[in-house]
Write a protein of this length. Structure first.
Length: 266
């Protein structure tokens, strides 16, 4: 093949890749062709290498998109959790949840305990594992969910908002019970739970035990109906122990105390 003809084929190939929006393959084409010549690759091997580059780029874009959508508040992973500091948390159970098999049958996760014991950390870490496995995940606090649903009701976007919350494979609802929820907010949360019932998993954190949920919603009937759906297929963690933040505070205070008491050397 003449140099002119080869150049025309090359330009045509670049054009085809651009038309098909295979940007990574188009950018990599010169290098792949050079490698094919140097390594004496056949057409099939060269095509596999070129398309492999595009697949890798596509997966990276998809993962980045899932990461942005998830809105996770911290980069926590399950490996970051200190099980020795929280012996009430079953390490083997958390590791099993880390396989994400619970998403297959829309199992819910309830993390119950006082502030600072690692509820949000576990929920977010599982959310990150889900994102990295390619599952659509979304994080919100109960207060943010209630505010968004309130705006949706005013603006006539209620059905659209319910579909939004029904969509992710895993929905993380953080801080349920930290702030009182008025009747409208309780109804919104109930609708979200109902929309997802047996269709998608919810990871919910709360500082109040199940028996106290009537106080969250100021309506025992709504609380009972919501719990009925959440607990039907669920894993419940009752976490006690010291707060991570309080332990860190005591450790810093102890370091300062030792520094103050240490004899100065001159």
């Amino acid at each position: 093949m003449s140099t002119t003809s080869e150049g025309s084929v090359y330009q045509a190939l670049r054009g085809h890749l651009a038309t098909l929006r295979l940007a990574a393959a188009a950018e990599a084409l010169p290098g792949v062709l050079e490698a094919a010549r140097a390594e004496n690759l056949g057409h099939t091997a060269m095509l596999e290498r070129l398309l492999g580059i595009e697949v890798t780029a596509t997966e990276a874009r998809r993962r980045a998109s899932l990461e942005r959508f998830a809105s996770l508040p911290a980069p926590w992973r399950l490996a970051d959790f200190d099980f020795d500091a929280q012996p009430s948390v079953d390490r083997s159970l958390v590791n099993e949840l880390g396989t994400l098999r619970f998403l297959e049958d829309a199992t819910n996760l309830l993390f119950i305990g006082p502030p600072g014991v690692g509820k949000t950390m576990l929920a977010v870490a599982l959310g990150r594992a889900a994102v990295e496995a390619g599952y659509r995940t979304y994080y919100t606090t109960a207060a943010e969910l209630a505010a968004r649903c309130h705006r949706a009701a005013i603006e006539g976007r209620w059905a659209t908002t319910m579909r939004f919350y029904a969509g992710p494979r895993l929905l993380i609802i953080d801080e349920v019970g930290y702030l009182p929820l008025p009747a409208e907010a309780a109804a919104a949360l109930f609708q979200v739970v109902s929309q997802r019932y047996l269709r998608g998993s919810i990871a919910l954190t709360t500082n109040l035990g199940i028996a106290s949920w009537g106080r969250i919603f100021d309506d025992p009937t709504v609380a009972a109906a919501m719990l009925d759906r959440l607990l039907h297929r669920s894993v419940v963690f009752n976490i006690d122990g010291d707060s991570y933040r309080m332990r860190a505070h005591r450790a810093r205070a102890e370091q300062v105390r030792k520094g103050v008491m240490a004899p100065s050397s001159r």
